[in-house]
Design a protein around this ligand. Structure first.
Ligand SMILES: C[S@@+](CC[C@H](N)C(=O)[O-])C[C@H]1O[C@@H](n2cnc3c(N)ncnc32)[C@H](O)[C@@H]1O
Length: 209
C-alpha cells in the first residue's frame, strides 16, 4: 500500500489507531498544550458552571482544562475505547461514552458548550460533525475548537512498529466557512504562530438561534 507516494503497511482509522497508541499518548503529546497559546485560556472561561461536551476527548487533556475552568457537568466522547479507559481513570466525575462525533447519542439542545480540541485533523467531512455539534447545543451555546496545521500524519512509534492514523488537513478559511454553513456565527478566530508559520487555529463559534 502507498500513501502520498510512499510505501507503508497500513493507515489506521482513528478508533483502531488510537487504541494501539493510547498508552503512549500522554507521554508524547503533552506538547499540544503549548500549541494552544493564551487564546484557549481566554475562551475557556465561558465553561464555568456549564454542561460541556468534549468531542474526541482522548485521554482527557481537554477534560482537565474544563475542570480547571470550573465546568459543572462534563461529558467526553471518543471512538477509541483505550483512550477513554485512560481518561476514565483520571477523571472519575466525568461521563465518558464511546461514540462518533458524527453521530452523537444525546438529545437535541442538551449542552451549553461543545469543545473539540485536535479532533478535526481526523475528520474528513467537517459538515456532519459540525451539524451534530449544532444539534446538541442549546441556542446561543458555544462551540470551541482547534485546528492543527498538520499536512502529513506523523508516524507514531509503538513497540518495534509504527502507526499512521488517517488525518486530514483543513485550511483555516475552510473551517470557518464549514462552521458558517452549519449555522454558527464566529466570535473568535485566532491563529497561533511559531516562527512566522501558523501552527494552530483556535475558534469560538456561537450557535445561531
Ligand atoms: C489528537 S487526539 C486529541 C485528543 C484530545 N482532544 C486532546 O486534545 O488531547 C484525537 C482524538 O479524537 C478521536 N477521534 C477521532 N475521530 C473521532 C470521531 N469521529 N469521533 C470521536 N472521536 C474521534 C481519536 O480517537 C483521538 O482520541
Amino acid at each position: 500500500m502507498t500513501y502520498k507516494g510512499k510505501k507503508i503497511n497500513k493507515i489506521y482509522s482513528s478508533g483502531e489507531g488510537y487504541d494501539l497508541w493510547a498508552e503512549y499518548y500522554d507521554k508524547t503529546l503533552s506538547f499540544l498544550n503549548s500549541l494552544e497559546g493564551n487564546e484557549l485560556n481566554l475562551i475557556l472561561s465561558c465553561v464555568e458552571g456549564k454542561k460541556v461536551l468534549d468531542l474526541g476527548c482522548g485521554t482527557g487533556r481537554g477534560i482537565k482544562h474544563l475542570y480547571d475552568f470550573k465546568a459543572a457537568d462534563v461529558y467526553g466522547v471518543d471512538v477509541s475505547k483505550k483512550m477513554l479507559e485512560i481518561a476514565k481513570k483520571k477523571f472519575k466525575k466525568a461521563n465518558f461514552i464511546l461514540a462518533d462525533a458524527e453521530n452523537l447519542p444525546f438529545e437535541d439542545e442538551s449542552f451549553d458548550v461543545v469543545t473539540a480540541l485536535f479532533l478535526i485533523v481526523h475528520v474528513g467531512d467537517l459538515k456532519k460533525t459540525f451539524e451534530e455539534a449544532y444539534r446538541v447545543l442549546k441556542n446561543g451555546g458555544f462551540f470551541i475548537l482547534s485546528n492543527i496545521n498538520q499536512r502529513k500524519p506523523p508516524k507514531l512509534k509503538i513497540y518495534n512498529d509504527e502507526v499512521i492514523i488517517e488525518s486530514f488537513y483543513h485550511m483555516p478559511k475552510h473551517v470557518i466557512s464549514a462552521l458558517e454553513d452549519s449555522f454558527f456565527d464566529i466570535e473568535i478566530d485566532e491563529l497561533v504562530y511559531e516562527d512566522g508559520v501558523w501552527i494552530n487555529q483556535i475558534i469560538k463559534a456561537v450557535k445561531r438561534a
